[in-house]
Structure formats: C-alpha cells, structure tokens
Design a protein around this ligand. Sequence first.
Ligand SMILES: [Zn+2]
Length: 231
Amino acid sequence: MSVAKQLYELQEVDLAFESREQALEQVTGKLGENKAVLDARSKLASENQRREELRHKQHSLVLEINDVTTKIANAEEELYSGRTKNPKELANLQHEIEILKAKRSELEDRTIEVMEQVEAAVTNVGAIKSELEILEAEWQAEQEKLKADKARLEAELVSLRQRREAVSSQVVPEVIAFYCELQKGKGTAVAMVEQGVCRGCRLSLSNAELQRARSGDLTQCSSCGRILFLA
Ligand SMILES: [Zn+2]
C-alpha cells in the first residue's frame, strides 16, 4: 500500500472521529433537564398553590357565614322571646338582624364566586397535569434515545481510536508529523485526485505531478500543498 493511500485512510478515520466527537457533544448537551418540562412543573406547582389558597378562602367564608347565621338566630330569638319590651330596643334588634342578613347575603355571593374560581383552578390543574405528562413522556423517550446514541458514539470513538493507532503505526513518525502539520493548517492533509484534478483545491495537476503521484512517491499538490492520492 502506498504511503498516500495509508494517509488517506488515516484522514478518513480522523474525519469520522471528528464528526462522532461533534455528534457526541451535541448529544451530551441535550441530556439532562428540559426547559419545557421544568416550566410545566413550576406552572403546576403555582396553580396547585392557588387552588389551595382558594379552597382555604372558601372554607373561611363558610365559617364566617355560620357565625353570622348564629348571630341572626340569637337576635331573632331575642326579638321574638318577649323578653325585650322596649320599642327602641326592639327596633335596634330588627335593624341589627337586617344588617346581619345583608352581610350574610354578601358573604354567600362571595362564596359562589370563590367556588367558581376553585372549579376553574381544578380544571386548570388537570390540564397542566396532562400537558406535563405528555411533555415528560416525550422527554423520557428523547433521553432514552440520547443515552443510546451517546453509548453508540462512545463505542465508535473507541474503535476509531484503535483504528487510528493501527493505521498510523504503519507509517513512519516523520510522515505522520508532516500529515498532522498539513491537517492543522488546511483542515485536510490528503486530497484525492480525480480526472487530473486535485479535489482539495479543484485545480488541474501537471502531468509530472500526476506521474509522481501515480508512482507511489509522496507528492504534494503544487497549488494547495496537500498530499495527492490517486485511488
Ligand atoms: Zn490541490
């Protein structure tokens, strides 16, 4: 096998390694918490809290209504007991009962409002919960896939690293160093020759260059400097 062919193989391994490394980086970046899921979770928590606060408010209103109802009953009992004879006191009692009844009616209206709000909050919590379930299921499935991708890419990188060692061990270190230097400067060190054209810079090669490359000697493109490889 010519040195150019060996270096071309080495380059293919290097390019494959690079692309797997980039893919692994992307996969690793996507692993972990997901913003949509976190947002839905915090939305659910705050809506749950709101629902509890409304329930608490509803409960307080019911207690307040009971309290007012007891006061009304006591005042009515006093009014009709016959114990109070003074007309001014009786009028006062009646007035007090009217005020209490108005207050109770207002409290009842507020209770209905709060009950409606509780109902809406319960519906809301349910909707957020189903939304969260869907998001979590999607996220879970994505995470599983990402974990599998990560394991596959890591295994591929291990085998590519072994392959690189195997290929580069067949080439003298000085040539490998030269290859690495070209690769650093140009991105790729070896260029395939197709129909007399260097694929690295897309310029035509001279007959002398082609002949040299064909002979198996290490030949650089006179335009771009890449090592020429004829398949
Ligand atoms: Zn070239």
